[in-house]
Design a protein around this ligand. Structure first.
Ligand code: OXD
Ligand code: MN
Length: 586
């Protein structure tokens, strides 16, 4: 009897008519063959084999360089289950439309069957997905980003317990591009794009959109957060998750080389983008990283912003849409050293300064997680790591202080639900526009966000020791438009204060929005920063926050009666606290 997987592969073959079907085993030999094929057809370029062994450059179609939120849909039977923040299409209509693009799409192509595990191979919380794709680039990347091939087949056996994801490049016409999620069937269809977040279906589509739907039903959480461990001088490690919108520094924070290393504070990496959190028997939330690699933004990465990843990407790495130097090395804006002459830009053309960026602003590296020197020895732990803090944050030139702590879990959920950030190149659309991005999940929540907020509130009640919740903003600017905080390795000073708060030691001052570090409570030893700058960084201006309060009210209106009452209460309480301070200051 054919297995459910075999039946599905057969069904998709009838629709897409590939010239051959290849079942991937994930072996090194298979990878080599895929790479050779791509080198042969020109979709991979060999990089310098001395300095970047086993590394390749891929140039994508210039119309396909970022996630396309406008054509990403949640296809639930009821529109209200997708909610006001998602694009919605009825499942039947979506399938009918996409089928036209899938029909015969693989005619002269190979269809790869990619079985993969999200999460450590031996974890009870890991899940199996299978992606069918006609893109060799997707196969190469999925091999880095997930536990792919035989291990997944062994775990799956003949069961139907897998998330099917059908992907085809289609004809690459942006008008024929659709990224479809059918959470009720746990099914993904993506056509017309080869870009990572649209095409590596294990990443945003499964590990966040479908998984968030599953997590809501099954009592766990799928979140757009890094996972790091902060080692203290006694050797104890405290684990934290941090949710920042795309391209706001999760990867850099997760792999940070601490500025307080000589005091004994070190950062260990578990994940840089996604966490799956489950309540443990001890009343603590435990996190696993469903991914096995990092799909990081290249521009701005250098030996100051992320020395660990700079080491990691020197082997076994796929680069997408970066420039290439005369010596066959990858290059992007913000890399160490000067700007090389004689480069080929991300479009494959000879670069001159008048052309602007040599690398695309959303150019990426795909690198195995274990290659970062900062990888935690608990990376593969089946149970995950115990989480003591959840950090929300975004990019805000004004308004949000460097750090504040929520008053309790419910207030923390309000803080996460109302966070905002200036948009980046990770998605198509205008840059630098402030948008509310609750828990950094706006583009990734697979169901009604009002229900998602309720789920967060409920999860806080399900665990006896919920993590403490903080909010950070590394991006606050002075009147001269310059960043006030040095960021990167110095961010450990803020993590250290969080650790002290968790342990009941760190001093804090209450403000209407939460607790900020008391004067002198942040460890600034060895950092040349004035008291005045620190005051600006930690300032909470009640007048500015009164506007923020109004904007939050308007944002909440979107959700109508489905918004949890607790969030209305928190909104009201914030308003009252702001008013009290404003009156006191008069
Ligand atoms: C990513 C994103 O690629 O958030 O991680 O866009
Ligand atoms: Mn992300």
């Amino acid at each position: 009897m054919p297995t459910p997987l075999e039946n599905w592969v057969e069904e998709v073959s009838r629709l897409t008519t590939p010239k051959e079907v290849v079942w991937c085993d994930g072996s090194a030999r298979e990878y080599q063959k895929i790479v050779e094929g791509m080198l042969g057809e020109g979709s991979f370029v060999n990089l310098n084999s001395q300095t970047y062994p086993n590394c390749y450059l891929h140039r994508s179609n210039p119309n396909d360089v970022a996630r396309t939120e406008g054509v990403t849909f949640i296809c639930t039977r009821q529109k209200s289950d997708a909610g006001p923040t998602n694009n919605w299409m009825a499942p039947e209509e979506a399938k009918k439309k996409a089928e036209v693009f899938f029909r015969g799409a693989m005619k002269n192509r190979t269809m790869y069957v990619i079985p993969y595990i999200l999460g450590p191979e031996k974890s009870p919380y890991s899940k199996v997905g299978v992606e069918l794709t006609d893109s060799a680039y997707v196969v190469a990347n999925m091999r880095i980003m997930s536990r792919m091939g035989k291990a997944a087949m062994d775990r799956l056996g003949s069961s139907d317990d897998f998330v099917p994801g059908l992907h085809s490049l289609g004809d690459m016409d942006p008008q024929h591009r659709m990224i479809l999620h059918f959470p009720e069937e746990k099914l993904i269809w993506s056509v017309g794009s080869g870009y990572g977040g649209n095409a590596l279906l294990g990443k945003k589509c499964f590990a966040l959109r479908i998984a968030s739907w599953m997590a809501h039903r099954e009592g766990w959480m799928a979140e757009h957060t890094l996972i790091l461990g902060l080692e203290d001088p006694s050797g104890k490690t405290t684990y934290m998750c941090a949710a920042f919108p795309s391209a706001c520094g999760k990867t850099n924070l997760a792999m940070m080389v601490s500025a307080l290393e000589n005091e004994g504070y070190r950062v260990k990496t578990i994940g840089d983008d996604i966490a799956w959190l489950h309540p443990g028997k001890d009343g603590i939330l435990y996190a696993i990283n469903p991914e096995n690699g990092f799909f990081g933004v290249a521009p701005g990465t250098n030996s100051k912003t992320n020395p660990n990843v700079m080491t990691a990407v020197h082997r076994n790495t796929v680069f997408t849409n970066v420039a290439i130097t005369n010596d066959g090395e990858p290059w992007w804006e913000g890399m160490d050293g000067g700007v090389p002459t004689n480069m080929i830009d991300w479009k494959g053309e000879k670069w001159t300064p008048s052309k602007g960026n040599a690398a695309h602003p959303n150019s990426r590296y795909t690198v195995p997680a274990t290659q970062t020197p900062s990888i935690s020895k608990h990376f593969e732990d089946p149970e995950g790591v115990p989480i003591s803090a959840i950090i929300f944050g975004g990019r805000r030139a004004k308004v949000a202080p460097l750090v504040f702590e929520a008053r309790d879990w419910q207030h923390g959920v309000f803080v996460g639900a109302t966070m905002a950030s200036e948009t980046t190149a990770a998605a198509t659309g205008a840059l630098g526009v402030t948008r509310r991005d609750p828990m950094a999940m706006l583009p990734f929540c697979g169901y009604n966000m009002a229900d998602y907020f309720q789920h967060w509130l409920d999860m806080g009640k399900r665990v006896a020791k919920p993590p403490r919740i903080f909010h950070v903003n590394w991006f606050r600017k002075g009147d001269d438009g310059k960043f006030l905080w040095p960021g990167y390795g110095e961010n450990v000073r803020v993590l250290k204060w969080m650790l002290e708060r968790i342990e009941g030691r760190g001093a804090a001052t209450e403000t209407p929005i939460g607790n900020v570090p008391a004067a002198g409570a942040l460890d600034l030893k060895g950092l040349n920063i004035s008291d005045e700058t620190m005051q600006k960084l930690l300032n909470v201006d009640p007048a500015v926050w009164a506007d923020e309060h109004d904007a939050i009210g308007k944002f909440f209106d979107k959700f109508g009666s489905r918004l949890p009452e607790e969030l209305h209460q928190e909104h009201e309480k914030l308003g009252q606290r702001l008013q009290r301070v404003a009156v006191a200051q008069k």
